[in-house]
Write a protein that binds this ligand. Structure first.
Ligand code: BES
Ligand code: MN
Ligand code: ZN
Length: 501
């Protein structure tokens, strides 16, 4: 999708999309549509139930008095309620309506909206961002798509008086979109294509942007004593990997970094504690935490963020086989703590245990944030609206929640506490890897905390958010790349430039 910004003028042909405020279906004056055309549009609007409410659309084909093929009206709701998400939704809705319409190009009119808190240029930037995010498709394996189902839309032109400012501001936002789409691509791939080795290779591609990438194999991890992570991968024919990424963008190269750690289980069959067949295919998404970490590093490096950031992802495939780990096995983690593996399907925490310990031990980060599709229980708690947030530090929790709110990737904090420790007490080792059904997401987080060595840490349980079973305004169904925009925003607001505020 090609995105351009230019001075407002009505194109002679093709499609135009116009945002409309609730209750006042006025056509933007900047377009200087001739009166007859306005008359035609006004009649069509009057004949419909379109009122400019948020989410409403009205498509007018071949409107009288205009050479345009169509005018798409999109409701924006009340002016004073138009926010960043509203602007993104606008752009995304335009794409959703026109993507396979036969139109190759659409002009989007982004006039100053009186009474809106967003400046026109910002409105244009966010509409463009939403459009790009919604235009995402993962159809590379569709060999029999009908012509009329294939996307036709190739170009979006945002019409705004402040087009030059918008164009400049969009450059950085576009890099964030690159990160989001990179993540969506890798999360969407099936597990016969994305496995620890191929995902590690994909991470290597970040080297082109100036990210230093190291890949540790099983031999090196064994040497480091990563028995928890290695135990999960030992049933797979694929070699487990730990990928370490480093973006050094801060003025001071020795400034302590912020670290992102991702669960990268490229397929979670459950192992010997095998999952039921129904829905098991969804477990190709179980590397979405790692995917988000790769995506945020791509975004930060792409826009040359002034921050030192580390990404560490533990990549394993959890399979049952003659070499797989058994329920009851005891493994020794890199931290030296021993774990009784009660259920081989509680594997994410075993992977993160070593990835977290390694990260704090090697990099001494100012904060560590892990992302993981860790528990089904978080979906029972929060559904598909919020990811679970656990933190050892209130300030970090508040910052994450604020960043999430700002980008529309919402987090809800749940408790940690020593009282939960008794649920993961083992009879023969330092702890066991499951704590029963009660508070399942919390005992999982409490388990992770033991591998943070008291470094400022937060854990995002994204099991309910990593993929979506339905289209939204800015994301077609499938992988969402939840976390990429959130962490990019966290860095922008709290860790960039001046360092910690
Ligand atoms: N990857 C799953 C969690 C999951 C479930 C993510 C559904 C997305 C959708 C995780 O590895 C897992 O299997 N967790 C178990 C833990 C249990 C065995 C203690 C769970 O949630 O059932
Ligand atoms: Mn599992
Ligand atoms: Zn899993």
């Amino acid at each position: 999708m090609k995105i351009a910004f230019s001075k407002p003028s009505v194109p002679a042909e093709g499609a135009i999309a116009v945002g409309v405020l609730e209750g006042k279906v006025l056509l933007p004056t900047a377009l200087s549509l001739d009166v007859a055309a306005k008359g035609g549009l006004a009649r069509a609007i009057a004949a419909s139930r379109f009122e400019g409410k948020k989410g409403q659309t009205l498509m007018l084909l071949a409107p009288a008095g205009l050479t345009l093929s169509r005018v798409l009206l999109v409701g924006l709701g009340k002016a004073k309620e138009i926010d960043v998400q509203g602007a993104q939704t606008f752009g995304g809705t335009v794409v959703a309506q026109l993507q396979s319409s036969g139109e190759a190009e659409v002009a989007i009119a982004v006039d100053a909206i009186e009474g809106s808190p967003l400046a026109t240029s910002e409105f244009a930037v966010q509409a463009a961002f939403g459009a790009r995010l919604r235009s995402y498709r993962f159809d590379k394996y569709m060999t029999k798509q009908k012509k009329e189902d294939k996307p036709s839309l190739k170009r979006i032109n945002l019409l705004a008086e402040a087009f030059a400012t918008a164009k400049t501001a969009f450059a950085a936002v576009d890099k964030v979109a690159d990160g989001v789409l990179f993540t969506r691509d890798m999360v969407s791939e099936p597990a016969n294509v994305i496995h620890p080795e191929s995902l590690a290779e994909l991470a290597q591609s970040l080297g082109d942007l100036g990210v230093e990438v190291e890949v540790l194999g099983e031999k090196q991890m064994k040497k480091l004593g990563m028995g928890a992570l290695l135990g999960v991968g030992q049933g797979s024919d694929r070699e487990s990997k730990l990928v370490v990424m480093r973006w050094q963008g801060a003025a001071k190269k020795d400034e302590a970094p912020i670290a992102f750690i991702g669960k990268g289980v490229t397929f979670d069959s459950g192992g010997i504690s095998i999952k039921p067949a129904g829905g098991m295919e969804d477990m190709k998404w179980d590397m979405a935490g790692a995917g988000a970490v790769l995506g945020v590093l791509k975004a930060l490096a792409g826009r040359k963020a002034k921050v030192n950031a580390i990404g560490v992802v533990g990549l394993v495939e959890n399979m049952p086989s003659g070499t797989a780990q058994r329920p009851g096995d005891v493994v020794t983690s890199m931290s030296g703590q021993t774990i009784e593996v009660i259920n081989t399907d509680a594997e994410g925490r075993l992977v993160l245990a070593d990835a977290l310990w390694y990260t704090q031990d090697r990099f001494k980060p100012k904060a560590m944030i892990d992302l993981a599709t860790l528990t089904g229980a978080i979906i029972i708690s929060l559904g598909h609206e919020y990811a679970g947030l656990f933190a050892s530090d209130d300030k970090l929790a508040d910052r994450l929640a604020a960043a999430g709110k700002a980008v529309g990737e919402q987090l809800w904090r749940l408790p940690l506490g020593e009282a939960y420790d008794k649920q993961i007490k083992s009879d023969i080792a330092d702890m066991k890897n499951t704590g029963g059904r009660e508070g399942g997401s919390i005992t999982a987080a409490q388990f992770l905390k033991r591998f943070t060595n008291d470094v400022t840490w937060a854990h995002l349980d994204i099991a309910g958010m990593a993929w979506s079973k339905k289209d939204t305004a800015t994301c077609p169904k499938g992988a969402t790349a939840f976390g990429v925009r959130l962490l990019d925003r966290l860095v922008t607001d709290y860790y960039e430039d001046k360092g910690e505020k």
